[in-house]
Ligand binder design. Structure first.
Ligand SMILES: CC(C)(COP(=O)(O)OP(=O)(O)OC[C@H]1O[C@@H](n2cnc3c(N)ncnc32)[C@H](O)[C@@H]1OP(=O)(O)O)[C@@H](O)C(=O)NCCC(=O)NCCS
Length: 173
């Protein structure tokens, strides 16, 4: 049985371990640490079962150019511990995370990732909603529209937090 809950300080080493196990390098684990240390882990959820922390998802604020007075988040990174995939842990992390973003008043959530995966949750190609990205991504740059608040102007560039600049330009979520 897997529980999804907000990350607590005691989870930090296990969260790092999930990302280091799921991704080929420590870039994502380091990104999580940087975002958390800089107060940008707006929504940080863990999946826990009897063995410990088996998944993690993070949402951090994104800004727009031209600036827009709206709340919006980027989903990244997300990981499920190898050996625990394909049991719906990722799905529950995404769905619970989107609900948390909605509760925080977000008008949208963006992700840079695999369209076949995030499309399952209702993410759509962001360019259809007039949103541009910094990474040169096309299909992989997606958005989940939420109801709250206004929306950025058509053609707006979505700007991830500077902490993301250490990642490869076309890195996945
Ligand atoms: C991607 C990841 C978070 C999915 O976690 P999960 O708990 O297995 O996800 P779910 O159980 O909700 O969904 C599993 C389904 O998604 C599919 N899936 C997983 N990764 C996928 C990908 N990159 N592209 C397309 N489909 C993918 C699986 O094949 C499976 O399909 P099925 O339901 O038809 O069998 C996990 O595999 C992981 O941590 N991968 C390494 C890190 C990573 O790539 N993170 C970013 C995701 S873009």
């Amino acid at each position: 049985m897997v529980t999804i809950r907000p990350e607590q300080p005691r989870d930090i080493p296990a969260v790092r371990s999930v990302h280091q196990s799921a991704f080929p390098t420590s870039l994502e684990a380091d990104l999580v640490d940087r975002l958390r240390a800089n107060g940008k882990a707006a929504v940080s959820l863990v999946a826990q079962d009897a063995t410990g922390i088996v998944g993690h998802i993070l949402f951090s604020p994104v800004a727009f150019d031209p600036p827009a007075p709206v709340v919006a988040f980027g989903l990244a990174p997300m990981a499920v511990m190898p050996g625990h995939e394909k049991h719906g842990v990722g799905r529950r992390l995404v769905q619970n995370g989107l609900a948390e973003c909605h509760a925080l008043g977000a008008c949208l959530v963006v992700v840079l990732g695999e369209p076949d995966y995030y499309g399952r949750f209702g993410f759509e190609r962001a360019s259809r909603h007039g949103l541009r990205n910094q990474f040169g991504a096309e299909d992989a740059f997606m958005v989940f529209m939420l109801d709250a608040g206004g929306h950025p102007p058509p053609g707006a560039l979505v700007k991830y937090a500077p902490e993301f600049s250490a990642l490869p330009k076309r890195g996945d979520a």
